[in-house]
Every structure is written in C-alpha cells, then in structure tokens.
Design a protein around this ligand. Structure first.
Ligand code: FBP
Length: 337
C-alpha cells in the first residue's frame, strides 16, 4: 500500500489547487506534531503522572485537568515560533495569545480545544484535540478578540485528533475530509481514509439522555420518537451511543453515520448552550458539512452564526443530513410533539 504521509498529502493538495501556501501547510504540520506529543503524554497515563486535577480552573470556571494544561502548553509552544500565526485562542485561556514580539508573525489565527472530553481522561476513554484556522484580517496590528470574531464559513482549515486505541487526525482544507493514522514507528501521520462521507440517513443517535427533562419541547418530541422505535411514528428502531467526548462521538458519525446533539436546555439556556462555538462547534460543523452532513443549532446553520465572544456557547445538532434537517424542522415548527 502506497503510504502517503501528511506532509506529502498537503504538498500534493497544494499542487492540485495550484496554490503554493506554505504557511498553511506548515501550520497544519506543526499542529499535527503537537498532537503527536500530546498523544505520547496521554499514553503514559499514571506512569507519567499526568492524570488528575491541575488544581486550577479555566475561563469557563471548570476545574482543569493536568492534561488540559499540558496539552495547551504543548500547542502554544509548538506554534508560537514558526512565523505562520498572528495569534492563538484556546478553551483554556481567557484572552487570545499574541505571538511574542521576538518571533515573526504570520497571517493565520489558530483556535483550539486542547483536550476535548476532559471528563474521560482519568477513566482511559478516548479524548481529543479540536482546531480551527482563520485568516487574520490585518496581521500587522495588535491582536484583539475581534480578530477572531469571524463566521465559521471563513475557516480555511479545521481538524480534530482522537487519542484512542490509535491516534487519528481528521482534517479538512475545504476540499473534502481526510483521515490520517499516527504510525508510532515512523512517527508520522499516514493517510488511511480519503473523502470521508456521512450517510444522509442513520439509525444511531448520540445525546446525554440524563438531561431529557431540561430539553425544549421540539427536542423532547424528536428523541421520544427515536426511543419509541418501531412502535412509534418513525416505524423503525434507533440505537443510542454517548461517549461524552465530542471528538469520539463525531468520529463515529464520520465513520458510520449518526446524529450528535447537545441541545439548548433549561440548565444551559443562560449561557447559550454547553459547547463552544469557536473551537468546538465551528470546526466540527466545517468537517461534517465537508463530509456531506449538516450542522445546526437546532434552528440555524452553525457556520452562518455571527460570533459575539471568544468563548461563546451554542446548541449543537450535527451529522446525517436528513436527521439534522428533521430536528431543525421540529424546532422551526415549534413542534409540541
Ligand atoms: P470539554 O471536555 O472540552 O470541556 O468538552 C465538552 C464535552 O466534554 C464534550 O466533549 C462532550 O460532548 C460533552 O462535554 C459531554 O457532556 P456531558 O458531560 O454532559 O455528557
């Protein structure tokens, strides 16, 4: 089998697009290299003393895990000296991270959730890193939050890495979605699946059912119909999965279809939802749409949302197109069910 490494894939993709954009290629390669280091740290577990709480809270007021802090530092250190970035933003940092003045600045902005699925770290369940790349409107000026306030449609690249039985990097540059597996001997990400495609229909849904009583009526109706199965209005049975690591749940959907939902509920309505727009919902929506799926808030296309804050939260419904459209239709109809 011809083994195409990430570097070769990116160079060939540039040639095909006739666009020599070394900065973007370098940026993706550096993010991938940082994810390799994170994969090594996670793989050590207790032996590396990386499990457990860090003893600090992040900007969202959540207790940080040691690996949240370690992963954040690995991504910052790897990306700040390369000359391809104007700045970074992370789930673990309240303010944007400006590139130190002793390093050259570039034209891209990198946003990331350094370790997604933190609640699963200490129980050895798959976690991940999610990233989004934007262009900085004016890389000569000082970095501000508003430089990042760009719709998801402005993303030039997005990806996630799943640290599971194997470490996988899933990437889009706006020309399909491709999956690379980390070859630990080679120390490289190798292309293992091209042009991932999400089937339009599915019989599998993912949602935290323990929140059911807090959901809005349209979501209650949609999930009740799924659970009612053959005996219900859908006339067929549906299966449920919930890993509680968005990267793992979304990767399953990119592999065999499905619908992932973290809807608005009465617990999170004040903050607008649970998941973050800029470094969770937007990159995942870009990837899912590039794989033929759909991604909405239940009411609006996620990629069309005008961001209002770096750590803004939104409801998320994504995956197999026909199911996402049904959920959205129920919300737009304001269905009572
Ligand atoms: P972080 O771990 O990055 O904060 O992400 C949030 C998250 O863990 C998602 O990965 C996951 O889909 C969701 O929260 C799980 O929520 P819950 O704990 O309600 O099941």
């Amino acid at each position: 089998m011809r083994r195409i490494t990430l570097t070769r894939f990116l160079i060939e993709a540039q040639r095909q697009q006739g666009a020599q954009n070394n900065d973007l290629r370098l940026l993706i390669e550096v993010v991938a290299r940082a994810c390799k280091a994170i994969s090594v740290a996670i793989g050590k577990g207790s032996l590396g003393g990386v499990l457990g709480e860090a003893g600090s809270d992040n900007v969202q007021g959540e207790a940080q895990k040691k690996l949240d802090v370690i992963s954040n530092e690995i991504l910052l250190e790897a990306n700040e000296w390369g000359g391809h970035l104007a700045g970074m933003a992370s789930e673990e940092m309240e303010l944007p991270h400006a590139i130190p003045s002793h390093y050259p600045r570039g034209e891209y902005l990198l946003l990331f959730d350094p370790l997604d699925g933190s609640s699963n770290i200490d129980v050895n369940i798959s976690v991940g890193t999610i990233f989004s790349v934007l262009k900085c409107a004016d890389s000569s000026c000082d970095l501000h939050d508003h430089d990042f306030m760009q719709k998801g449609t402005r993303q030039v690249a997005a990806g996630y890495t799943v640290y599971g039985p194997s470490t996988l990097l899933v990437l889009t540059l706006g020309n399909g979605v491709h999956c690379f597996t980390l070859d630990r001997e080679l120390g490289s990400f190798v292309l293992t699946r091209e042009n991932l495609s999400i089937p339009a229909d599915t019989r599998e849904f993912a949602i935290n059912m323990s929140n059911q009583r807090f959901w809005e009526k349209p979501m209650q109706r949609y999930v009740n119909e799924l659970v009612a199965g053959k005996e219900g209005p859908r006339g067929t049975d549906f299966n449920m999965r919930w890993v509680a690591s968005m990267v793992a749940d979304v990767h399953r959907i990119l592999t065999r279809g499905g619908i992932f939902m973290y809807p608005l509920d009465s617990k999170t309505v004040a903050q607008g939802g649970k998941l973050r727009l800029m470094y969770e919902a937007n990159p995942m929506a870009f990837i899912v749409e590039q794989a033929g799926g759909a991604a909405t808030t239940g009411r609006e296309r996620i990629l069309d949302l005008e961001p209002t804050g770096l750590h803004q939260r939104v409801p998320v419904v994504l995956g197999s197109k026909n199911e996402v459209e049904r959920v959205t239709r129920y919300h737009q109809e304001g269905s009572e069910g």
